[in-house]
Design a protein around this ligand. Sequence first.
Ligand code: ACO
Length: 473
Amino acid sequence: METRTDKITEIVLKAARKARRETSSAPQQEGRGRANWPLDCTVGPGLEGAIACETKIGFVNGTRGELTYCGYDIFDLCAYSTFEEVSYLLLYGRMPTAKQFASFKRKLVKSRSLPHTLRLLMGFPLEQMHPMACLRLGTNLMRQRLTWQDSDAARPDSVAAIAADEDSIPMETIPKGEQKAIYEFKKRKTERPAKVPEGTEDAAGLAACIRLISGLSTIAAAVARVRDHKLPIEPDPELGHAANYLYMMNGVRPTPEQERIMDIALILHADHGMNASTFASMVVASTLSDIYFSIGSGIAALSGPLHGGANEAVLVMLEKIGHPDNVDAWFDKAMRRKKKIMGMGHRVYKTYDPRARILGPLASYVARDNPDAALLLRIARKLEKRVVESLGKEKNIFPNVDYYSGIVYKAMGIHRNMFTPVFAVSRVAGWTARVHEYLKKNRIFRPRALYVGAFGKEYKPLDERGRGKTTSR
Ligand code: ACO
């Protein structure tokens, strides 16, 4: 008997067949094969076209709309694999054997429980912060808790302090300035112990990558709950990664169908070439900072509306349009104002994004018994038609990964503020894998800028510069 998860697999396979039919005759994308450094390549603003390194992790074929992780097609991975297996693939460059996979999953289970980090995190006003800011903070607190990066500095024992009394969250009791400040925490010399306590490790190694891949979902779920005035939930060691993420967020075990859809969403977002957040992570890591810091930078870069933040912006846009009847007027006005349509267009894809080919039908599937999602989907489909008719041929603007993901998440009960964190919970696999790969042949990133400013200006003291406004350059 065909189950509902089989139906979801069939949706993915159908999308794959359609994609292959429509794109197999398109030209191949450049950007494959070994580099013979230094390279001649055409570079545009925003480093468009620049080649920064070699990688075996993934390839985005922007002309054909194909996405490959370590040689495997994204449609096959979505149809047959899991996020855990894909994370292993990205980190180690090959599919695991049964034994390797069991051991990897045990490590993920162990790393998923972060009670101390969550305790630290809950000392901050999470409900007033954007979840991406909370996530970024969470990676810093993981770093603090799980590594000895900062241990030779004198620092307060914040775990004990927060546990002791809520009012004793770090602050000066009387704001008298640095000299006279009295801290509620006693300054304590913390030396690196002769024997590193269990659970601490190198902040730049594979173990840290696994910790982050597993732990970020715990932090994101806890942030969702705290913002919803609920306490975080411990992960269930019996559940897989996607199911645990939903369980820790919603407090109920997901159905196999919900788990499968979340798993596919996580697989789809796990890696995507040298995108802005991956590059940000790699730039930080290339200074031989550590993986926790570099993932924090990836989260920061991902939060922007031109990148991962677009999934949230798409939902805001669709809700603002409100009804399919309003699409035409809204779109015409947006074009007159030269507004960018969120969830449309891509730096690399000049055709339909393969991830949107899967998420679109999945959005239809989840919307079938969800009237709110169904309305948004009708708006989205009509807007897509208008955008593709007007900008598809002329400017190669088609839906990207963010266009339909929000509808899928909304139908699964995820608040719109938590959409970009879902992206981060997945992309952390690609960030860590690429950082880990790059560090094996590390070279600090250092591009140049063309100076177009002035030279030889005469310095004048402040009181000789007049009273009026000066121009900045
Ligand atoms: N809506 C309308 N027009 C667009 C859009 C869009 N979404 N995207 C690009 N264009 C137009 C531009 O106005 C420009 O037109 P022009 O040549 O007449 O000036 C042309 O297409 C090229 O656009 P650029 O901004 O130069 O393309 P770029 O490669 O720099 O930008 C980007 C790619 C940032 C994704 C852009 O398409 C965009 O802003 N999209 C909306 C935001 C979005 O969905 N981001 C998520 C991307 S996927 C991801 O990061 C996970």
